[in-house]
Ligand binder design. Sequence first.
Ligand code: SAM
Length: 306
Amino acid sequence: MVTGMLEPTLNTFDERIVGADRGGQAWCQTDHVDLTGLLSRPQLRPGEARLPWDDEEFSTRMLTEHLDDRHDMASRRGSLIDRHVAWLSTLAPHGHRVLDLGCGPGLYLERFGRAGWEGVGVDVSPAAIGHATRRASILGIGCTYVQGDLRNTRVARPFDLVLCVFGELNTFPIEDVRDVLDVASGAVSRDGRIVIEVSTRAGVADKAGRPVSWYAAAGGLFADGPHVVLRESGWFEDDQATVERWWIMDEFTTSPRMFGSTTWFHYQLAEAIHEAGLVIDGRFGEPTGAAASGEGDFETLVLRRS
Ligand SMILES: C[S@@+](CC[C@H](N)C(=O)[O-])C[C@H]1O[C@@H](n2cnc3c(N)ncnc32)[C@H](O)[C@@H]1O
């Protein structure tokens, strides 16, 4: 998923653009912005940074993006998640327990819960877990949430379905993906299914193909107030990875703040699945059961224990 989501869509750009109501006045309130760090910034490097999903303030801003049904950037729109859950439910026809690794604000589990399933969600985001927990209580559904790292949070109880969707696995190096597959393999029941949605090579490389760009926003994922975002990215053939960086300058900036993310194409995934004691039971273009076209940004794999 993830990183295309960080730039506003054209629709939201106009609403967020800085300076539109400021009559052309200078908007930067700092006396001096030190750009030397930007000039002497290090070369892009795979794995140099991760988005701070577990940071209180960042996760609160990210939650706003998850819940914004006008775009598919942090989570898919509700109408598409409805279709995903309808299809995912058919993979475990007799099942009623589902584990969602990287559940965000529980948009998938909420739908399973309404259909009578028990759900457990794991996510590092304090804001997303807080939101999902409150929703479960309001709706009176059997979903519980754990704030933890999906690479090492083990939830006892076999699950009929284990999910890790929207390409989150690709933001981890392959060693970490092996850990997640172990967690999933340990959690799924003998006849259950694991569904992972991963980025294709084209989907990963596409992020690097975008030119250096910038935008101005009145508030958004990277800052609450007016700010400017400068984005750069690069493709690393040896690592089969795209590295993205966002440099943020806001009203309080004395030197630009950097956010970064790496998205790996996991050419070793089939081997890692095998080593986790799992086999691939089906390949799809998306979690609606649509056939894989070979050209999309994501691929959905259905796994079971071997
Ligand atoms: C693109 S969002 C997808 C959320 C949800 N699966 C959905 O599709 O609506 C990725 C999610 O992974 C979570 N995440 C990132 N790193 C994580 C980690 N190490 N452990 C648990 N969750 C993590 C983020 O907080 C975020 O909620």
